[in-house]
Structures are given as C-alpha cells and as structure tokens.
Design a protein around this ligand. Structure first.
Ligand code: ADP
Length: 727
C-alpha cells in the first residue's frame, strides 16, 4: 500500500512537470513566432535558451526527417554522451531502445498524419547500461504558419516509477498466483459482509464459477445448522481475533462439504473491514474417519463373534472330552493287563494335553479380547507350589528328573492373588522345565521381591538342567504360537501359547517374566507378581495335620538335601520320618510288613444324590464316577425335572449343571431355595465348564453350597461329597 502511495505522488509530480513543460513550450513557440514576425531583441531568446539549457527535463526539436535540430544539454547527460554534436543532426530513433523503435516510429507518424497537436508516450532509451532508462515524453507538432515543420519534445526520466510499478506488479502477480493456484479455498469478504474475492479452488469446492460467487453473502453457502458457528466466528473476528472452526458448506448441486475455516480479520484505517478466510476441504478426511469408525465397529463385532465362537467351540469340545477323560480315569481303575494299561495311559495323557490346549486357546482369546479378569483371594503360596508340583509329577515320574522347591527366608506366605492363574503360570513353567529336561533337576525358588516403585512383590524362579534356549530365540518364545524352532513341535509337541499367556498373566498381576538360559545348560524362567499380604494373615506357621501325627513316613531320595528337607518338614507335622537312598532300600523297609491305608471307599453309601445334567456323555461320566466312589444317583435332564423329582422324594445332594435347557442350574437353585427352608434343602454342588471371575461367588450367593469345574474328576467329586459328609 505504501508503494502505491509513493507511485501516486510520483505520477502527480510528473503530471505537474508535464504541465509546466507544456507551458514553457507554448511560450517558446509563441516567442519564436513573434521573433520571426517582429525581430525581437536577441536578449530575450538568449534568456530562454539559458532557461532551457538549465532545465532538468530533456527538451529538443526535430525536423520532419526526424533529425535533431535542437537539444538541451540534459539530452547529452541522460544518454551518457559527451557533446551535443553527438546528437544534433542525428535521427531521433537512434536514441530509442531497439525493441521500442518501431512502436515509437509508428506512434509519431500517426501524430503527424492525424495532426494531433500534443501526445504523451513512454519508451526506453538506447543506453549501454543494463538497467532500462524510461522516458515519459510530451510531443507537440511545430508549425510554421499552417505547415508542420517538425516536433518539439519535453521528456523526463521515469525509470524510478517504472521500476516501482514493475516491482509492484511482480508482487501482485505473486500474490495472485498463490491465490489462484492454492489448493485450499481463499475468500475475501468486504466490510459489507459480501464476497470481494474468491479463488478458483473455493469456487470449485462449491461447484460455482468465481463470478457467480462474487458479491454473494457467505451465509448462503453455509449449512443452516452451522449458521450459529459462522456468526460466532464473525463476531469474534470483529474483536481482532483469528477464528478457526469446522463447518458444513452447501454445494451448488446440494451436496455437503465438510470444511475447516480459518478467518483473519481485515482492518482499514483502524476499522474492521471484513475478513480473509482460508477454507480446507475436510470431506475426504471425514469420510475416511467415518470409514475407520465403521471398520473399527466391524472389527469389534468380528472380534466379539470370534471370541464368542472360541468360547462356544471350546465348550463344545470340552463336553465330549469330559467323557473321554472321565471314562479313561475309570477305565484305568479296572483290571487291565500291562498293554491295556499303557493304551489307557496314552489316552489319558493325550486327552489331558487336548484339554490344556483348549484351555490355552480360550485363555488366549480372552487375552486378545482383554477379557481376562483376576479373582483376587488370599492365597497360601506353599499350597499353590505343591499343587503345581502335584500336577506335573506324573510327567516327572517317567523321567530321571527331580522337582524340589525352596522358599527363601522372608518370602511372603499368604498373598492376595488369583490362585488359579498363579497355579497356571507355575504349572506351565514347571511342565516346560520337565518337558525340556531329560535328566537332572527342576528347582523352584520363591523369594521376597520389591518393585522399583516400592510395591511388595514375590519372585518365582523355575530352574532346569535341560536343553536350554539359544540366545536368538529368547525374545521369540514369549510371543504367541512361537517356539524355539520347528523341530520343537515335532519332538516335544506344544502350541507355543503357554509362555505368551503366562507372561501376560504376570503383567496383569503387576509383574514381569524373563528367562536366563544357555544352550545345553538349562534355563531359569523368572517371574514376579504383586504380593500384598492380607492384614489378617500372620507370618507363616506350618499347619499341623493331626491325621499325620505319629505316622511313619519314608523319604526315598538319592540327594541328601532333599531327604533332609522332607524329613524336617514331616517332623513339623509330628510324623516319624525315615529315609532311604534308593528304591530297593525303601522296598526292603516296606516288606517288613508295615500297614498301608486303602483309599478307595469299599461300601455303597446311603446318601440320596440327584444328578442334574442334560448331556448324555456327561451324565454317564458323572454316574460312573459316583458309582466308583460308592454312590448311586438319580438323573434329571433339566431344572424342571429336578423340581419334579424333589416333589416325589427328598435328596441329600444335587450335582447341578449350570447350563441346561428349559431351566438352568441357577434358576433351579433359586426355586429350591424359595420352596424349601434352610435345613431341608439338599446340598447343591455346581458343575460348570469355563467359569469366569465372579461365577463362584454368584453360585454361592444363589444358594449353592459347592462348586466344581468340568471336566469332572474323581478327586473333585470325592472332595465335594466329603465336604457334605465329613465323616
Ligand atoms: P509350548 O511349550 O506349548 O510350545 P510355550 O509358550 O510354553 O509353548 O513355550 C514356547 C517355547 O519355548 C517352547 O516350545 C520351547 O521351544 C521353549 N521353551 C520353553 N520353556 C523351555 C525350557 N524350560 N527349556 C527349553 N526351552 C523352553
């Protein structure tokens, strides 16, 4: 804007100078005419010559051939010449820039032919300097009488103005170029609130031509529901603030365009005068966002379906597996020859493996859904350790491997944790350790541990003397479905899920899992978990088991440490330990005729038991186990049948499946509780597959007395019934 002002002043000056020059010329002409007519005294002419010679403009005359007849010294000066003689007599066009010559020649030829008295023309001079020298030139026809005899000219150097004009134009072109080529829309709104300028991109966005939009009110193209936002932005800009907001614009064809608008207020002489706004088309982004949201919903839906499917499938697979496991267990108890026993053993280990795979897959799907919840209860660490060892001990029995555990002094004894999940981690690490160790030891160590942030934790380490893990595979084995190499599956089986699940469980329990291993030298799997000791639990004192007191126990172990450790433990229970280094030695001791206890019940109990189970295989398994344990039971296929049976005779115990057609186990229990007063109700034992966190509490709250999970095992049913009949 400043440049424009200067330019305007420059132009004014030029015009004033031109007017002055015009007057001078007319004066000269007049004087010339008079001097011819009346022979005025030479002093006057000399006066004028002096005046012309000192003028800062170029003043000259040429004849009709175009040759200089007069030139003031300024010509020489402007052209960078030395003497007037270099000009006088020469053709005026030789001083014009070659590029402008023909145009200038035509222009003055035209003036001559049309007898235009006065003209103004701008052109460049032929100079040696690279910067062009521009002249603005006034030319009059010179008459003698009524005959044109030549031209008289006053010219002024206008290079400065020309240069400024060019610069200004370049700036304008630059700005224009940006606005025109901008991918974003750009609009300028005047003080009247109407479009003063819109760039092609904006017009394109809305589907109008630029001309159609000029002079229009922007509100016309705003979605009616977004007018408030537009108005708010408008008012905000009046206070001088820049505004940015999202809005919907309405296209010529009625389509909706999502746009981001950034408006900057315009100020003229301290007053708000509209705004300049940049418009970014967000439609594509919005669509992509919507697509992403849609895809996410879809993925969630799929993933829900998937976990539902996995849950259903594992439930479906468990039921027949329940049959296989239960019947195998029973079969093993019948008289079998060695070969048959071996076959049964294979069926048992295979079905156990299958069950563990199904459990892993179910856990894995819960983990990927982040649906795995912990059931925090007080847990006696020693008990979990021993349970875990019990579970893997059949596998150990077949190998030359020993399992021992050491609880370091000060290790927490009772912690708040999820006992099932902790056992799961331990069993997984222990069975891996046993699986990958042909001979040697598996040692479990439990220590006190403190998290960096001071949280009390417990540290478990499972050390083996097995095949070890190559360094490059250490990271990989914690990933799901991943093993050291392909040969692992061939040789040892497994799915590569155990460690991934265990590690996830550790993290969920506030800790971490890592491994230290050397190929061929064995591995140590470590993990930590949060271990808050519940306030009501005192520091450990080993439980005294009265039934063990004064009983003899023999420790058979080739390792002195183990023999001593076990012996001391049994002494705490007031047992009478003796030790043996080898089996022959131990057998020698046994043959001395010491009595042993028969564990299997021998007579049929009189307890009245009702089995509520809809699945035929499961019915068969449970009935057979009950029979094996010395019980007989009636069967109901659903809740309604249970209620009907209770009408005809009282039952002491109901083994109640949860999922049943017609009426499920929970509802049936509620009905029983509503119908029968407390002392008259049967003892209800819930049976269910894949129980989730809180189920146990829910069952007990409904009025059930005990809970066992499927596949049902001899031990579990026996234990549950023992609770009912402690005698
Ligand atoms: P799986 O045992 O079902 O294959 P895991 O996730 O429990 O799955 O283990 C993954 C792999 O890690 C195993 O296949 C084995 O290659 C390696 N691994 C785990 N524990 C041990 C161990 N104690 N000694 C050697 N290798 C091990």
């Amino acid at each position: 804007m400043d440049d424009l002002k200067i330019l305007r002043q420059q132009l004014k000056k030029e015009q004033a100078a031109r007017r002055a020059a015009e007057k001078q010329l007319q004066l000269i002409q007049k004087t010339g005419a008079q001097s011819e007519a009346t022979a005025v005294a030479p002093t006057t002419e000399t006066r004028f010559r002096r005046f012309l010679d000192s003028a800062s403009d170029i003043i000259y005359e040429i004849d009709l051939d175009g040759r200089f007849t007069y030139a003031n010294p300024m010509v020489v000066c402007r052209l960078g010449l030395n003497r007037l003689e270099q000009v006088l007599g020469h053709h005026y066009l030789s001083l014009v820039h070659p590029d402008d010559r023909s145009q200038v020649a035509d222009f003055y030829a035209q003036q001559y032919h049309t007898k235009t008295f006065s003209t103004y023309q701008e052109f460049r001079l032929a100079t040696a300097v690279p910067e062009p020298v521009w002249l603005g030139q006034n030319v009059w026809l010179a008459y003698q009488g009524d005959k044109i005899v030549g031209f008289q000219a006053i010219a002024r150097d206008i290079s400065k103005r020309k240069k400024m004009e060019a610069e200004l134009q370049a700036q304008r072109d630059f700005g224009q170029q940006i606005m025109v080529n901008l991918g974003q829309g750009l609009t300028v709104v005047g003080a009247d609130g109407l479009f003063e300028y819109v760039n092609p991109a904006y017009a394109r966005m809305l589907g109008y031509t630029e001309a159609e939009l000029l002079g229009q009110d922007p509100t016309t193209f705003t979605h009616p529901d977004d007018l408030d936002a537009l108005l708010a932005a408008h008012n905000q800009r009046k206070t001088g603030e820049t505004t940015t907001y999202e809005t919907r614009l309405v296209q010529k064809e009625g389509g909706i365009l999502y746009a981001l608008l950034t408006g900057v207020p315009r100020w003229v002489d301290g007053r708000s005068a509209g705004s300049v706004t940049v418009i970014t088309d967000l439609t594509e982004r919005k669509l992509i966002e919507q697509e992403i949201l849609h895809a996410r919903d879809h993925a969630l839906e799929l993933s829900n379906l998937k976990s539902q499917f996995v849950a259903n499938m594992s439930h479906e697979i468990r039921t027949p597996l329940n049959g296989v496991i239960g019947m195998t267990e029973l079969l093993a108890e019948t008289p079998l020859d060695d070969e048959q026993l071996e076959f049964v053993e294979i069926i048992r280990t295979s079905s156990d493996a299958l069950l563990s795979i199904i459990n892993n897959v179910l856990d894995f799907s819960k983990i990927s859904e982040d649906k795995l919840d912990l059931d925090m209860q007080p847990v006696t660490v020693r008990e979990v350790l021993e349970e875990a060892i019990d579970i893997v001990s059949p596998k150990v029995a077949r190998k030359n491997v020993e399992i021992t555990y050491v609880m370091a002094y000060g290790a927490p004894t009772v912690i708040l944790s999820d006992v099932g999940r902790l056992r799961q981690i331990l069993v997984n690490l222990l069975s891996n350790a046993v699986k990958f160790t042909e001979a040697g030891e598996v040692t479990m160590t439990v220590m006190n541990y403190e998290h960096q942030d001071g949280r009390p934790q417990i540290h478990f380490a499972v050390q083996d003397t097995g095949i070890g893990i190559p360094q490059e595979a250490v990271e990989r084995i914690f990933q799901s479905f991943s093993q050291v190499d392909a040969s692992t599956t061939r040789k040892y089986g497994g799915t590569g899920l155990g460690l991934a699940i265990s590690q996830h469980l550790c993290k969920k329990m506030g800790g971490q899992m890592w491994v230290e291993s050397n190929l061929g030298e064995g591995s140590t799997f470590n993990f930590t978990i949060d271990a808050v000791t519940p306030a009501e639990y005192m520091p450990e004192s080993l439980p005294i088991l009265p039934e063990l007191a004064h009983k003899r126990a023999q420790m058979v172990d080739d390792k002195a440490t183990n023999r001593h450790m076990l012996a001391r433990q049994t002494e705490v229970w007031e047992m009478l330990p003796s030790t043996a280094v080898s089996s022959p030695e131990a057998l020698a001791g046994l043959h001395e005729g010491r009595p042993y206890k028969q564990l299997k019940p021998s007579s049929t109990s009189a307890a009245r038991i009702l089995l509520a189970e809809d699945n035929l295989v499961n019915q068969q398994v449970a009935l057979s186990i009950l029979e094996y344990l010395g019980f007989q039971a009636d069967v109901a296929a659903n809740g309604l049948e249970v209620l009907a049976a209770l009408e005809t005779q009282p039952y002491d115990v109901i083994l109640m499946d949860i999922q049943m057609p017609e009426m499920d186990g929970l509802e049936t229990t509620r009905q029983i509780c509503a119908r029968l007063p407390e002392g008259k109700r049967p003892y209800i034992i819930a049976m269910t597959a894949n129980a989730v966190k809180g189920d146990r509490e829910r069952y007990l709250a409904t009025g059930m007395n005990h809970y066992i999970s499927k596949p049902v095992r001899i031990a579990a049913i026996s234990e549950a019934l023992a609770q009912f009949m402690p005698s």
